[in-house]
Design a protein around this ligand. Structure first.
Ligand code: NAD
Length: 454
């Protein structure tokens, strides 16, 4: 690969406090979704590269974990200052590699700062407990770091999702390996550089770029004690199964299909603008994005307003791009399936969006499909784009909460109504049908990365 054509130098691994070239020459291109330009290349790390990072983290662990938490946290106060100081440059990087709008990218860095702030409060909230169980007999709970931990992250938040784990794991005294998404590897390298500048000792934080080979090596490595995974459900299951089979703690967060239930008495303008913002924010590539609207009874006037609102969201202006040409292509396929299979009606069609001057970018405009039925692929599968499927429900059957509950995904459900008891009725039934929760309640990163000694 001719490095002169790259906008940024080729991506390196970050091991034991140093940026190092990959030992093998397998590289993937890193392309900007905004205009299809070549940004860099990313190495596909091997099990050997991972092992080097683990050995560095293992060596660093005794010293780092022995430093009192109040001193460890000082590094993160410095780091937070660097995030604030570099917010513009970091936001631009997120736009370029992830295809977000400027506002979305800046919000992501602001969240990263907030998450680091939270970790800085850990000394106040992570203390142990002492219980006098009988005279002269105490039961103590003390918390310790678990050791070398790993974090595997998805493409859709190149900075925020890594910050779900990095500050928590490190403030708590663990040492760490992160495996960024090979689609957006640039932001994590800036994070590594800033952590070093903030005073983090060598080996405490390591970055191993790559694909499934590195993920599998993480699941199998005997010196990694805990894994945090965020990504698709398919891979979450692989990581959870393989990691726990190797007796590691694993927190695996998967995909989503969020339902918004709209009752006829909902405030039309507020409902329409909220739903469109939720569908199109981050180009629909958020695990909390609205994906299905369940319209109960007569809501045509709200659907009309939603379509009007959607027309105001313009690719390349206030709507970013999807991550890859493959993602753009799969949106086309899904929409066709929505129309062809069961009579879904496309009300707003963003499939063929093109931004003048950025014809090579991966743009998909807002897309709204009405008359979707719950058994159609578009209602069952995660779409991860600015697409809203509208399922109609008449009262009393099928109940909107039944439609939501039948879908195997979470993460969130909303209800639009002015009637408090109707809202409560829906809230009580979603996710609790037959006493079943769709998701095992996840432990937080804070509890994943501490060992309780009782
Ligand atoms: P992904 O599952 O494809 O990739 C996630 C990570 O796993 C990446 O680092 C990738 O390199 C690795 N990976 C990919 N395929 C693998 C395989 N076969 N074996 C082992 N490792 C593999 O996810 P993505 O496309 O990067 O991100 C989007 C997904 O993440 C969506 O499903 C979204 O809902 C989900 N997500 C969930 C949350 C949440 O909190 N639940 C948050 C953000 C994103």
């Amino acid at each position: 690969m001719d490095t002169l054509t790259l906008k940024y130098p080729k991506v390196q691994q970050f091991i034991n406090g140093h940026f190092v070239d990959a030992v093998d020459d397998n590289y993937l291109e890193v392309v900007s979704p905004l205009d299809g330009s070549l940004l860099s290349t990313v190495p596909l790390g091997t099990a050997e590269t991972l092992d080097q990072a683990v050995q560095a983290a293992k060596t660093a662990f005794p010293l780092w974990s022995a430093i009192p938490i109040k001193e460890r946290v000082q590094v993160f106060y410095q780091y937070m200052n660097l995030l604030r100081k570099n917010i513009r440059e970091l936001s631009e990087l997120i736009c370029e590699e992830g295809g977000k709008t400027g506002i979305e990218a800046r919000a992501e860095i602001e969240k990263s700062i907030e998450l680091t702030e939270f970790a800085c409060s850990l000394p106040q909230i992570i203390g142990g407990e002492v219980l006098e169980v009988s005279q002269g007999v105490e039961c103590r709970t003390e918390r310790y770091p678990v050791g070398v931990v790993a974090s595997i992250v998805p493409f859709n938040f190149p900075s925020m999702v890594p910050h779900w784990t990095i500050p928590n794991a490190l403030v708590l005294g663990n040492t760490m390996i992160i495996k960024p998404s090979e689609q957006v590897p640039l932001s994590v390298l800036r994070i590594a550089a800033m952590l070093k500048e903030a005073g983090l000792p060598d080996g405490v934080f390591n970055v191993v770029n790559g694909d499934k080979t590195v993920v599998e090596a993480i699941c199998d490595h005997p010196d990694i004690a805990a894994i945090s995974f965020v990504g698709s459900t398919k891979v979450a299951k692989i990581v959870y199964t393989r990691g726990t089979a190797n007796l590691k703690r694993v927190l695996a967060l998967g995909g989503a299909k969020n339902h918004l239930i709209v009752l006829p008495d909902a405030v039309p303008s507020m409902t329409a603008s909220n739903i469109v913002a939720s569908v199109t924010g981050c180009c629909g590539q958020r695990c909390m994005a609205a994906s299905i609207m369940v319209g109960v009874g007569e809501v045509d006037h709200i659907v009309d307003l939603i379509c009007e609102e959607a027309q105001k969201v313009v690719p390349g202006k206030n709507l970013g791009a999807v991550i890859s040409s493959q993602a753009k292509h799969s949106h086309r396929k899904v929409h066709y399936r929505g129309r062809d299979i069961a009579g879904g009606r496309v009300l707003v069609d963003g499939r063929n969006a093109v931004v003048p001057g950025k014809e090579a970018g991966y743009y998909v405009g807002p897309t709204i499909i009405d008359n979707v039925t719950a058994d159609m692929a578009i209602a069952r599968e995660e779409v991860f784009g600015p697409v809203l499927a509208i399922v109609r429900a008449s009262k009393p059957s099928p109940k909107p909460s039944t439609i939501e509950n039948r879908n195997p995904y979470g993460n969130a459900t909303g209800v639009f109504t002015q009637n408090g008891s109707a809202a409560r009725y829906v809230a009580e039934r979603c996710q609790h049908r037959h006493g079943r929760r769709k998701h095992r309640r996840p432990r937080s990163a804070r509890t994943l990365f501490v060992r309780r000694l009782e």
